[in-house]
Design a protein around this ligand. Structure first.
Ligand SMILES: O=C(O)CCC(=O)C(=O)O
Ligand SMILES: [Fe+2]
Length: 107
């Protein structure tokens, strides 16, 4: 369920995701056309069994909080075996990319 979406002050969205028993997400990336995609997922309700977020190189990960680059790091959610999982998912895109940092200074 989409809660909020805006292009200002930077493109962002806020979702609540519900994973019922039996649901899962296969490995994927979430590319953006320009910039770098960041996402902070807060697991507000854990499944009783399964429903684990998998990402090889998150920026930060604890039991409840997952900060990662969905465009750059393949991620997935294991099948919810028992219970329901709820996630508050906040995503944003930073338009500047690493190339702008490398732009030569005019002097
Ligand atoms: O529910 C999750 O932990 C990850 C869902 C997902 O694929 C995403 O937030 O990009
Ligand atoms: Fe994703």
């Amino acid at each position: 369920m989409l809660l909020l979406q805006s292009m200002w002050p930077l493109p962002f969205d806020v979702y609540v995701l519900r994973f019922r028993t039996g649901s899962e997400i296969a490995p994927h990336t979430d590319p953006v056309s320009i910039g770098r995609h960041f996402r902070c997922n807060v697991v507000i309700w854990r499944a009783q069994e399964g429903g684990e977020f998998v990402c090889a190189a998150p920026i930060f990960a604890s039991r409840r909080i997952k900060l990662f680059r969905p465009d750059a790091c393949e991620h997935s959610v294991t099948r919810v075996v028992r219970g329901t999982r709820y996630v508050l998912s906040i995503g944003w895109v930073r338009r500047s990319d690493s190339l702008s940092a490398r732009r030569p200074r005019s002097s």
